[in-house]
Design a protein around this ligand. Structure first.
Ligand code: RTP
Ligand code: MG
Length: 144
C-alpha cells in the first residue's frame, strides 16, 4: 500500500470541547503520523474558498458560518492509505449514521457540527495541503 498524505481539520465544535488530544491519539493509534499542524481561525473568505465545491449546496451558508465560528486545528496526516484510513476513523458525515468508535460517533453532535473534516481523495488532499501549507506542502517539515 502507498504512503499518502491527507488533510484533517478538527472543527470549531471539537476544539471547543477540548478533545484535540483525544482525536490525535486516534490518528496515532491507527499508524497515521502528524507531520504538520496549525491552529487557525478561518476568515469567511478562507472558509468559502476551502469549501468552494459546495457553494451551490443549500447548507453552504451554514457550513461557512460554523467553520468561522471559532479556531480549527489543521493537520497533515501521513501513512499507509492515509486518505481512506482517516475517513474510516472519522465515520459518516451524519454522526447518527457513524459507526460506534468513530470520531464523529464519539464527539459530533449533528451533521452540521460534526467534529472533523478529512480530504475525500488523493487529488483533493494535494489541493487542501497546498491551501494550508503552501505549494506541494512546502511548509511541512520533513520527518523522514
Ligand atoms: P467534510 O468535507 O467536512 O470532511 O465532510 P464530508 O466529506 O463527510 O461531507 P461533505 O459532503 O463534503 O459535506 C461537507 C460538510 O457540509 C455539511 N453538510 N451538511 N445538511 C446537509 O445535508 C449537509 N450535508 C453536508 C457537513 O457538516 C459536512 O461535513
Ligand atoms: Mg467533504
Amino acid at each position: 500500500m502507498a504512503i499518502e498524505r491527507t488533510i484533517s481539520i478538527i472543527k470549531p465544535d471539537a476544539v471547543a470541547k477540548n478533545v484535540i488530544g483525544q482525536i490525535y491519539s486516534r490518528f496515532e493509534n491507527a499508524g497515521l503520523q502528524i507531520i504538520a499542524a496549525r491552529m487557525v481561525h478561518l476568515s469567511q473568505a478562507q472558509a468559502e474558498g476551502f469549501y468552494a465545491v459546495h457553494k451551490e449546496r443549500p447548507f453552504f451558508k451554514d457550513l461557512v458560518s460554523f467553520m468561522t465560528s471559532g479556531p480549527v486545528m489543521v493537520q497533515v496526516l501521513e501513512g499507509e492509505n492515509a486518505v481512506a484510513k482517516n475517513r474510516e476513523l472519522m465515520g459518516a458525515t451524519n454522526p447518527k449514521n457513524a459507526d460506534p468508535g468513530t470520531i464523529r460517533a464519539d464527539f459530533a453532535d449533528s451533521i452540521d457540527e460534526n467534529a472533523v473534516h478529512g480530504s475525500d481523495s488523493l487529488d483533493n488532499a494535494a489541493i487542501e495541503i497546498a491551501y494550508f501549507f503552501g505549494k506541494d506542502g512546502d511548509l511541512c517539515p520533513r520527518t523522514r
